[in-house]
Design a protein around this ligand. Structure first.
Ligand SMILES: *Cc1c(COP(=O)(O)O)cnc(C)c1O
Length: 231
């Protein structure tokens, strides 16, 4: 066994400490193993360690790994083009990257066609970075409400990819803003919006994200090691 199991031990310990700091139980934090660029036989090792929930950022990659890893529960965490929705509605547990009504409408249509309600998160571009997808935080609630009126699509929470920073403390305020909105929307009890999941925090900053309220963290490098994009 590679060092995935060692890495997992460290991550679990860190989750425990950060969850305790924010008055929550470690079991309440879901660790999504981000398996982009990782070969199926390596991913299988993570699955064998109990990491069945996997995050991928490309539709094509989910499609090519899907048959090979039948125990996996896939989450799409990367940008989704409307014309690719049809390939994955039947394959994923949740889409974390919904940032337009157009995309949500297509998801609703395709989910209705196979009678499978799709769980989605609204992606927020918390740092207002040009290179990133997601809606500005000011527009997230209105978008969630519009999407909630569509059939067979359930708004389950919020997601963000925070800026890349050397010091994770630099993202703390962004995570606070996300949590505040998460709680605000939750308290309004909109029909068909449940605000169950706050997906934020990656290898570099997941501890701070948990301290500020994340309950899904998406960890790739910290688990599988550095990615090789050339394979
Ligand atoms: C790659 C990726 C991650 C994981 O990043 P690491 O820094 O390797 O943990 C998390 N979220 C998204 C959306 C990603 O594309």
């Amino acid at each position: 066994m590679s060092n995935i199991s060692e890495n997992l031990k460290i991550i679990k310990e860190n989750i425990k400490q950060a969850a305790t700091k924010s008055g929550r139980k470690p079991e309440d934090i879901k660790l999504l193993a981000v398996s982009k660029t990782i070969a199926p036989e390596i991913i299988q090792q993570a699955i064998d360690l109990g990491l069945t929930e996997l995050g991928e950022n490309k539709v094509q990659e989910i499609m090519s790994k899907y048959e090979l890893l039948p125990e996996a529960k896939w989450h799409l965490i990367g940008h989704l083009q409307t014309n690719k929705v049809k390939y994955i509605v039947d394959k994923v547990e949740m889409i974390h990257s919904v940032d337009s009504l157009k995309l949500a409408t297509e998801i609703s249509k395709r989910a209705s066609a196979i009678n499978k309600p799709m769980n989605v998160l609204i992606e927020i571009n918390i740092g207002n970075e040009e290179s990133k997808h997601g809606v500005p935080i000011e527009e997230a609630e209105a978008l969630a409400v519009e999407i909630s009126r569509l059939d067979n699509i359930n708004v389950k929470g919020l997601m963000t990819v925070a800026p890349f920073v050397e010091n994770p403390e630099d993202n703390r305020d962004y995570f606070k803003q996300m949590y505040k909105l998460f709680i605000d929307i939750q308290s309004k009890n909109y029909n068909n919006i449940s605000m169950e999941f706050l997906s934020m925090g990656m290898t570099n900053d997941y501890e701070v994200a948990i301290e500020e309220g994340a309950n899904i963290i998406r960890v790739g490098t910290g688990l599988f090691g550095k990615r090789n994009y050339n394979i």
